[in-house]
Write a protein that binds this ligand. Structure first.
Ligand SMILES: NC(=O)NCCC[C@H](N)C(=O)O
Length: 406
């Protein structure tokens, strides 16, 4: 196989290219009634959120990382009429409109728009009040759904680009999301993969597809080295999904071992990277509140499904799979129970490595940042008072496309 564009063989190699989404109008469609369903705990202030997000992107650019945006890549590929037609048709299909007639009307409406307007609607949603005269004759389904404000749902979680897809080696996993609120996000990545020349589809293996049955979300996947991946078994990522992805990696890539790490299935720690991230060759940060609750399993290639070996401890497992004499688990919140819990809620452990021993974090997590510094880690802080309201940090908000090999 020729060289593709994507290449991620570690969590900590110098970050060279990343996929982001700048928060947009979808955030202004969050209302208290739909917060829970849309996986938010609060209503963010968009203007400030964008400012914070621009600051986040700038730190990466200043360090030599190329920043790509979902909205730009999608607009570029929708300039092709054939792709645009397919995209609109899939957008309608994935929006669960429930009425053939309405589907047709919406399709006609969207096809008359420009690519940037279609992308805006695909991400930010379409409110019924914006098209007051669309339906000429009401059917039962229209009466029943009348109170619901959207024809097309907003996707307020898209700025957490980590979750819908993950690059492992030179291949891509387009994930199967667990919740309906985030399901439609993955379609965008499929279009970028299939139709944008940047991703060099013919040279890029697809490890997983969002049309599969078992959920996997990117916040659970940590590429620990060129031959080892850790995958959290969590509220969002299923054990069966881990087995299927692992076996494919064993058979078609350089990955030899997967460390499956079971974390408590709760909202506060919805993905592995909300409690555990890699910050240097042999250093990790971990939320002490879960340390004793994690169970690790080593997966290696099996006949049909992987062989599974329960491991004694996370620390021991990391040493074994990474072949290291020792590893350090740096406790977030300085190890203080209350501080650690408060800062974990605000994503203290969700660090994004820009290079070995250099991480990006929210400035609000003062105790954790100080602890990391005391362990020799360079910590670059960003503002995140509004960004954090979606319950995700710098790692959640970034999908690495290229990292320099270690
Ligand atoms: N990797 C991550 O932990 N992503 C954060 C996702 C937060 C989002 N509100 C969600 O519940 O999916």
């Amino acid at each position: 196989m020729k060289d593709g564009f994507l290449n991620v063989t570690s969590e900590i190699g110098n970050l060279k290219a990343v996929l982001l989404h700048r928060p947009g109008r979808e955030l202004e469609r969050l209302t208290p009634d739909y917060l829970h369903e849309l996986l938010f705990d609060d209503i963010p202030w968009l203007k400030r959120m964008r400012w914070e997000h621009d600051g986040f992107a700038k730190v990466m650019e200043d360090k030599g990382c190329k920043v790509y945006y979902y909205e730009e890549l999608l607009e570029e590929l929708l300039k092709d009429k054939h792709t645009l037609n397919l995209f609109v048709s899939d957008l309608i299909k994935n929006s669960h409109i429930d009425s053939l007639e309405l589907e047709k009307l919406l399709e006609e409406y969207l096809l008359a728009l420009q690519p940037n307007e279609i992308v805006e609607i695909a991400i930010a949603g379409l409110e019924k009040k914006d098209l007051p005269n669309l339906i000429k004759e009401y059917h039962l389904v229209d009466y029943i759904k009348e109170q619901y404000p959207f024809y097309i749902n907003p996707l307020p979680n898209l700025y957490f680009t980590r979750d819908p897809g993950v690059v492992i080696g030179n291949g891509l996993s387009i994930n199967k999301m667990k919740t309906p609120a985030r399901n439609r996000e993955t379609m965008f990545l499929e279009y970028i993969y299939r139709f944008h020349p940047l991703f060099k589809k013919d040279e890029t293996p697809l490890w997983y597809d969002y049309k599969e049955t078992y959920s996997i979300e990117g916040g659970d996947v940590l590429v620990l080295s060129d031959s080892v991946v850790a995958i959290g078994c969590s509220e969002r990522t299923s054990a069966r999904g881990i087995e299927i992805l692992s076996q494919r990696l064993f058979q078609n890539s350089n990955i030899k071992k997967v460390l499956a790490i079971q974390i408590p299935f709760t909202r506060a720690y919805m993905h592995l990277d909300t409690v555990f991230t890699m910050v240097d060759h042999d250093k990790f940060t971990i939320y002490p509140g879960v340390e004793g609750l994690l169970q690790a399993y080593e997966l290696t290639e099996g006949k049909n499904t992987p062989k599974v070996r329960p491991m004694e401890s996370l620390k021991g497992a990391l040493k074994t799979v990474l072949n290291l004499p020792d590893v350090q688990l740096i406790q977030s919140g300085g190890g203080d129970e209350i501080t650690a819990a408060r800062e974990q809620w605000n994503d203290s452990t969700n660090t994004l490595a820009l290079g070995p021993g250099r991480v990006l974090t929210y400035n609000r997590n003062e105790a954790t940042n100080e602890t990391l510094r005391n362990h020799g880690i360079e910590v670059i802080e960003i503002e995140g008072s509004e960004l954090v309201r979606g319950r995700g940090g710098p790692r959640c908000m970034s999908m690495p496309l290229i990292r320099e090999a270690l």
